[in-house]
Design a protein around this ligand. Sequence first.
Ligand SMILES: Nc1ccn([C@@H]2O[C@H](COP(=O)(O)OP(=O)(O)OP(=O)(O)O)[C@@H](O)[C@H]2O)c(=O)n1
Ligand SMILES: C[C@](O)(CO)[C@H](O)COP(=O)(O)O
Length: 231
Amino acid sequence: MEFIMAYEVIIPAAGQGKRMGAGKNKLLLELNDIPVLIHTLRVFEEDKQCAGIILAIAPQDESSFRKLLKEYGIHKVAAMVYGGEERQYSVYNGLQAATTKGVVLVHDGARPFIDVHLIHQLVVAADEHGSAVAAVPVKDTIKRVQQNEVVETVDRSSLWAIQTPQAFRMSILKRAHEHALEINFLGTDEASLVEKLHYPVKIVEGSYDNIKLTTKEDLYFAEAIMKKTGR
Ligand SMILES: Nc1ccn([C@@H]2O[C@H](COP(=O)(O)OP(=O)(O)OP(=O)(O)O)[C@@H](O)[C@H]2O)c(=O)n1
Ligand SMILES: C[C@](O)(CO)[C@H](O)COP(=O)(O)O
């Protein structure tokens, strides 16, 4: 009998896509005629372990998003909340609508190439260790630069590029977001808020295919990944 560990997922989808320059929410852009948002949501809709999806959206996208959910048969969206000025606040608003006492995932709507096996690995790791994030080893040499001049070459052997999903015991993520508000800390991912509490964050090696669609160039990579994965 397969052991099913249920989780809820918060999908921040309220960004403006400024770096993409699409003139609209980049999650409404289409890959193989299907919106990016739907590619992302489908994975969770089809995962038996996913107990519910919480979507953080921009008010101006509400009607188009609701139409898409209906058109593509996405039934697991348990709540739609309005996002905030920053991604962190969108996730925080989503957290208020979460009901699980167990594991909660946060996954960028802009990362459509998520693999269900990685999701399950993250859920198990978060249940065991408290927090776990998808990541891949850095491939480039990374240098710290000030005024257009290299000041340091960072030792690459311990550098990882952190992705989402990021998985947490609900109690830990709630505490981390509350603490970040208390100390007025703004992080670019949920794990950085947990680190502020000095809690451990485990790494689960993911895939280089799990890209975040951020700039136009990422759309070319996305087309190649669609072909490769047969989506
Ligand atoms: N205030 C925000 C900002 C971002 N996001 C979401 O967080 C994910 C990752 O953010 P990013 O790739 O930076 O998206 P944008 O903020 O839209 O991009 P940009 O910074 O170029 O405007 C995206 O799914 C985006 O919709 C969000 O829910 N609320
Ligand atoms: C959460 C994240 O995807 C991890 O790499 C990344 O930090 C999001 O950054 P963004 O600038 O909000 O897209």
